[in-house]
Each structure stands twice: as C-alpha cells, then as structure tokens.
Design a protein around this ligand. Structure first.
Ligand SMILES: [Zn+2]
Length: 298
C-alpha cells in the first residue's frame, strides 16, 4: 500500500533508472480522478496497445475514445524504449479485476488465476501501454522490453516493492490477453535482477579460474549481453550459432547485440535441452562454454 507518486517524482525516478521520458501535453493534471479514487497504489500493470505508430498510439492513450475517455494509462512505451507520459492520477487501463490477485500483489505472493471481475484496478495500479499489435507476430524490440523492465523497477524501488508487484493485464482481468509476446515471469525475473542493482540482467561474474581452453572466448557474464553492446565477441558468437544451425539472423551476424542474436541464442539453449525461462536467449555460462566461441582477438 502506498501513496501515489507525484508527477515530478515519477519523472525523476524514471530518469534516474535510465529511462528516456517524454512529457505529453498536460499529462501532469490529466486523469480520471473526478470519476473515482486513485490510490492507495499497490502495483504496476503492463499492457499492449493493439496499435502501431508512436504518435498515433500516444494520442489514443492520452485522449481515449468516446466510450472510454483518456488517459488510458500513465505511460506509453514505444518500440525504441522511450516512455511518453500521458496521465497522472486515475487512468482507464485496468478495469475490473480479481480481488484475489490484488491480495496476492499486496502480499507479493504467488498469483492465483484471475477468474473474477470484482475490484477496481484503476484505483490500485500504475499502467503502462506498450506499442504492439498484440498478434503474437509483431516483435518486441529489446529496447522496448528493457524500458518495461526499467520503468517497473523504478516504481518498485521507490515504493519498496519486489518484482511480484508487477503484473500483466491478462493476470488481472478475465478475458484479457495482454501483454502478448513475452512472459510476465521472464519480465519479473529481469525486474528482480535490476532491483538487485545489476540492471539489465545478472551481474557479470568474473571468471574465477583461467579458461581451460584458452583458444575459446571465456564467458563474459550475462550482463554483457544488452542492447548497445558492441563487440567482436558478439560477431564470433553469432558465427558459431549459425554454424550450429541456430540462426534467426536476417542479416549479419554483426558486432551489435540484437534481438536476432537473442533469438538465435535461444535456439541454441533449446538445443541444449533448456526451455522456458532457461531458454530466454541471454547467454549463461554452461551453454556459452558448450558453444566454444573462438577468441575474437578483441
Ligand atoms: Zn490492457
């Protein structure tokens, strides 16, 4: 239970978490507070918009529709990972959901199935709409997923919550499917790791011993693999993935860590017998050592 963040504080903590923030029109006073209560706040809810295009999606989330007036969330997360703030206060995003789920979020315990629509979610959740068609095919760029992770972690950090206070709309309201295209469990794991202070994954573990096979690239640590990382090690890794028949590359591989690298590496993890969260495409030491990436001479 917590008092909602002020507009200024929200901007401050998002920027402190490394988020690029755009303030849209009169978002600081744009809300549905005249229609119902706002707060205490208990968690963060993630949605997809079922739209494409940043400017039009942001406008829809600010203005809403005649049948569902805006704001439709607090922030819109675009494909580049920028966050457009459209509302501050009560927003029309969560609708009626399951009181058992709210209790689990408050207690930060295991989520039950959402099979009731008996509780006003707009009172209790910060809402973030992510631009995605929600058809299971529209990609989720790593920069966008990283922004979801950062936004959620920033709010959880401020309120003293764990990653269990972040849920998907589909975990709240019966019949909802958003967000679609990644699992909330995987996202919560990223948020948990970021809250530990590492950010973007787990901390790089320095190799305690000299590599037994010096001709192979030692594991650089999971946190090495993030958008913005550029290294000949990534090119060398990509070439090995292609050689192993694990390619999701449309071009490359190249030195910049990309979604194609992640998806290709996920194929390699699956080939090694991993599944679910353990095949999320972020290299781990075991699968990395098995891949035998030649030293790149970086
Ligand atoms: Zn939704």
């Amino acid at each position: 239970m917590a008092k909602p963040l002020s507009a200024s504080k929200l901007v401050e903590i998002l920027r402190a978490e490394g988020v690029t923030v755009h303030e849209v029109r009169g978002w600081r006073t744009h809300n549905r507070n005249s229609k119902g209560p706002w707060g205490p706040v208990n968690g963060v809810m993630i949605h997809h918009t079922v739209t494409s295009g940043t400017a039009s999606s942001v406008d829809i989330c600010y203005d809403g529709y005649s049948s569902l007036p805006g704001p439709l969330c607090h922030g819109v997360i675009d494909k580049k990972g920028h966050v457009h703030l459209v509302g501050n206060g009560r927003a029309n995003h969560a609708g009626l959901g399951d009181s058992d789920v709210l209790r689990a979020v408050i207690n930060e315990s295991k989520l039950p199935a959402d099979n009731e629509a008996d509780t006003d979610g707009n009172r209790h959740f910060y809402g973030f709409e992510c631009i995605n068609l929600g058809n299971g095919k529209d990609p989720w760029p790593e920069a966008q997923k990283e922004a979801i992770e950062r936004v959620s972690a920033a709010i959880c950090r401020h309120h003293g919550w764990s990653e269990r206070s972040v849920i998907g709309h589909k975990e709240w309201q019966p019949g909802k499917v958003d967000p679609r295209g990644f699992t909330m469990d995987a996202m919560r794991r990223r948020i948990r790791d970021r809250l530990k202070g590492a950010g973007g994954g787990t901390k790089p573990a320095p190799d305690p011993k000299p590599s037994p096979r010096p001709s192979h690239e030692p594991f650089p640590g999971a946190a090495f693999f993030h958008v913005g990382q550029r290294s000949p090690v990534i090119t060398a890794m990509g070439r090995r993935l292609v050689a192993e028949g694990c390619s999701r590359y449309e071009e490359g591989p190249g030195p910049d860590w990309s979604e194609a690298d992640r998806r290709s590496y996920a194929l390699w993890q699956q080939k090694q017998g991993f599944s679910g969260k353990d095949a999320d495409g972020i290299p781990g030491k075991l699968t990395w050592d098995r891949l035998k990436v030649p030293e790149s001479g970086k």
